[in-house]
Design a protein around this ligand. Structure first.
Ligand code: ASP
Length: 439
């Protein structure tokens, strides 16, 4: 039977009411056989996520303070879910055990992982699914890096024998021993790993939004949702600051050719956003797929007459950047100028040294630094086949009197990047959005 792996974020499992919604989603489609829960998230705006409470417990216990008041809040959350759903599991016993372990002293990762562990126990009981502890399935090497191959081998052979299971997200172990977590939001990664190991036909990521929006709703409040997007487009958009998924969760499913569907637990009838490997089933109504951007960039412009003829000029500029541990974002070049775009915050640390080194290595006619630049990526697979997209984009910007300071179009023709003054950043995004989306 074809399989679907369904990961549910913290807000989807924040209380008993949310558990009920999750069960009805699982029961609607019997292909949904592996379920990855996060720890209970916020129930309302000012609420705490259980994972945050667990980190607080760790800090209190480490500094010798009384951790019990915070622990009691965690206890209350889990016990309320268990009792409201009349679960068979004795969750209080598990919580008692954990409280004792914390008093004796356990690692930060171990404590942080218990939110997913305990929620997984509750959910497995509620769904009547097996419970698989990722301690025995998700592995990290001694140096802390994720061991994807060992994980894949063990996970796929285990899943062959288990038809339906709940597998908590966010953590694994250092080859079967000490517990280790991914970075925050890491349950997305567990879901992707399970999807790949199960050769799932689909990875569903259930959250509290109807998928991705075409741009930041703080800038365009009525931004349209994206129905279909390719993994490559998503990569471009998330690199430029758009984010709903953990970055590292994209790679395992992308590599395995499995589509990801972002869905809303509170609106299960909404199709959400489908992230596809290559060809998409249904084209979007617009030439562009999305617009994202970030501010806080500086441009180093190195100018030298006849630079183009000087062999190794570019390499020497980059050498100065590299020697100072600076990574660069873009590198648009002209005949006699070379520009390197870097993060302003990173540059600040080593500015004097970088300038000195570029002067020594290249003896330029001039070297200038412009701060306060924002970069906007307009992304869309449809742009390749549509002549005139760039013209429309620049016309839209010029009619809003936005001065374009840098242009960069990747060779994939998947995106057009423009650098603008930070003061024009939001106006520029709105201008592009209005041109392509609002008729
Ligand atoms: N519970 C963890 C966190 O809050 C992991 C996750 O939810 O994905 O970061």
């Amino acid at each position: 039977m074809a399989k679907i792996v369904a990961k549910f974020g913290g807000s989807s499992l924040s209380d008993a009411g949310q558990f009920r919604k999750v069960r009805s989603i699982i029961e609607k489609d019997e292909r949904r056989c592996y379920v990855i829960p996060s720890a209970p998230g916020r129930r309302f705006d000012q609420d705490d996520k259980v994972t945050d409470l667990l980190y607080r417990v760790y800090r209190a216990s480490k500094s010798g303070e009384d951790f019990h008041p915070v622990f009691d809040q965690i206890r209350e959350r889990f016990e309320a879910i268990a009792s409201e759903l009349s679960l068979k599991i004795d969750i209080s016993k598990h919580l008692d055990g954990l409280e004792k372990e914390i008093a004796r002293g356990v690692s930060e990762d171990y404590i942080a992982s218990r939110g997913e562990y305990l929620n997984g126990l509750l959910l497995a009981d509620y769904l009547g699914f097996a419970f698989l502890d990722p301690k025995d399935l998700v592995f990290f090497a001694e140096d802390g890096s994720f061991d994807s191959e060992l994980t894949h081998t063990v996970m796929s052979s285990t899943l062959k024998h288990v038809e339906r299971a709940v597998i908590p997200g966010f953590y694994g172990s250092v080859t079967g021993g000490e517990i280790k977590t991914f970075s925050r939001g890491g349950s997305d990664i567990t879901g992707a790993i399970v999807a790949r190991a199960a050769s799932a036909e689909l990875y569903e990521n259930w959250t509290d939004v109807n998928g991705f929006l075409m741009t930041d709703p703080r800038i365009v409040p009525d931004a349209c949702p994206i129905r279909n997007i390719t993994y490559s487009e998503l990569r471009e958009l998330s690199y430029m600051g758009a984010g709903v998924l953990h970055e590292d969760s994209v790679f395992p499913v992308h590599r395995a050719g499995i589509p990801t569907n972002i869905r809303n637990t509170n609106e299960p009838e909404n199709r959400g956003t489908m992230i596809m490997h290559g060809v998409v089933e249904e084209e979007n109504p617009y030439v562009i797929t999305g617009i994202a951007g970030r501010t806080g960039f500086s441009v180093l412009s190195v100018e030298k007459a006849m630079m183009n003829a000087e062999v190794g000029f570019g390499r020497r500029v980059l050498q100065a950047i590299e020697e100072n541990g600076l990574s660069f974002e873009h590198m648009p070049t002209g005949i006699d100028t070379m520009c390197v775009v870097v993060s302003t915050a990173e540059l600040e640390r080593v500015k004097a040294k970088v300038v000195k080194r570029i002067m020594e290595l290249t003896s330029p006619d001039s070297l200038t630094i412009h701060d306060d630049m924002g970069i906007i990526a307009t992304v869309g697979r449809g742009m390749v086949h549509n002549p005139g997209t760039a013209a429309r984009l620049f016309t839209a910007l010029s009619s809003e009197r936005v001065n374009v300071r840098m242009i960069d179009q990747g060779s994939s023709e998947l995106s057009i990047l423009v650098g603008v003054d930070e003061a024009d950043f939001q106006k520029a995004i709105r201008a592009i959005y209005n041109e392509f989306v609002k008729e």
